[in-house]
Write a protein that binds this ligand. Sequence first.
Ligand code: DON
Length: 305
Amino acid sequence: MQDILNDILQTNKKYANYGQVATYIPELKKARRDDLGICIIDKENKIYAVGDYEKKFTIQSISKSIVLAMALMDNEWEYVFSKVGMEPSGDPFNSIMKLETNDTKKPCNPMINAGAIVTTSLIKGDSPQEKEERMLEFFRRITKNNNIGINYDVYKSEKISGDRNRAMAYLLKNDGFINGNIEEVLDLYFKQCSIEVDALDLARIGLHLATYGIDVENGERIISENVCRMVKTFMVTCGMYDASGEFAIKVGIPAKSGVGGGIMASVPNKMGIGVYGPALDKKGNSIAGTKMLEDLGKKVQINIF
Ligand code: DON
């Protein structure tokens, strides 16, 4: 496996030249376009890693899968899905259009920004501080990394530049999909996106989903089997945004990307995969990272279909 990873890293480094780091959140401009790394943790807990797999970056939209799991554990599922849908949108991740044109006006799914802001609003806690602490604690447990925290420069940058998300959130409140204080919901959403991770952390999350919620080291369960199944299903249908169909055809595994350059992938009963490559394609997915996963799929049987 290690040789395969060394190989796919070298072969795909060139693709970073065809992508750009995200700029719409100003702080993300600071990423180095050429960075590339991948980490795999298999169900025997063996770690294989190469390149910039220990480089820190912000989790961004990958957080949507973990916060969805929390929302489903904090609330009745029927309630969650009365506020957010289950269908791919086919639109860019930050699109506002269907909030107006859909019959119900409900956000299509929890992997686009509008749906994710709704799931963030469903996290339980008596105060904003308690919600934040519960969220961070959940991320620490699922990554098995107690150092997980927020990158405050990125958080401030998101907050200052997040007017599109703000507009969506107020619209969602107007239409009855979010209750409570919108600025507090957005603050938690910007914080969850600004959590700092590396590819190793992402591989741990992917492995937890791959084992249907059982920690391979100590047998502990953090997420229920059914919630793991639902999260992975959303990852397959919506995790790579409006490129999810193409990714399912070419790679065929549950995966979730973020504009920080990460991809978290999960191969059921086999492995978790974390990728870092901040040069993005036009849809907001890591360009070299996606190519590496395609190549991995040609060399190792990971396709779930
Ligand atoms: O809200 C945003 O736009 C960002 N914090 C997250 C977007 C994102 O990662 C989309 N991913 N490809």
